[in-house]
Design a protein around this ligand. Structure first.
Ligand code: THU
Length: 157
């Protein structure tokens, strides 16, 4: 038997002003997207903004439903739209903002797996910036870092 450990590094910025101008812009756009969330059941508004390789930034927000499981997270709303419309453009980095908590939050498991799918497809990590109303931002280099022993397209062959 071998004992293995998993470890990952991420950065925590305590203030938006610590970010580069372009990262701060992406975070601010994700915050504006969160204002457009349709979250009448959870009252937990989430926004996401993605930077594509051509410099374009696109946004999404969580979209809930009276039939609760039908609801979809901000990250997946956005990624589905982006890949449906711009499948050939690499996804560089994604900012996610939450409005209704001061806590640091991180994408749910389904969203992590979805981001991972596109990382594997483009063979390039997608950086994730996570912003809460406290002003702090966590920077994570890749969805794969959030999914130890992950399952992706390479696992199938
Ligand atoms: N939510 C997201 O939009 N992204 C996440 O990564 C976690 C959760 C949404 C889903 C639901 O509309 C609300 O937040 C509460 O779970």
């Amino acid at each position: 038997m071998e004992k293995k450990t998993y470890q990952f590094e991420y950065q925590k910025f305590n203030d938006l002003n610590e970010l580069t101008d372009s990262d701060r812009k992406l975070v601010q756009i994700s915050k504006e997207a969160a204002e457009k969330a349709y979250a009448p059941y959870s009252n937990f508004r989430v926004g996401a903004a993605i930077l594509l390789e051509n410099g374009e930034i696109l946004t999404g927000s969580n979209q809930e439903n009276a039939s609760y499981p039908v609801g979809i997270c901000a990250e997946r709303t956005l990624l589905s739209y982006v890949h449906a419309n711009f499948p050939d453009l690499k996804k560089i980095k994604m900012a996610v903002s939450v409005l209704d908590t001061n806590k640091d939050v991180s994408p749910c498991g389904m969203c992590r797996q979805t981001i991972l799918e596109y990382e594997a497809l483009q063979n390039q990590s997608i950086e994730i910036l996570l912003h809460s109303t406290s002003g702090s931002v966590l920077s994570i280099s890749s969805a794969s870092a959030l999914l130890p022993l992950h399952f992706d397209n390479r696992s199938l062959s």
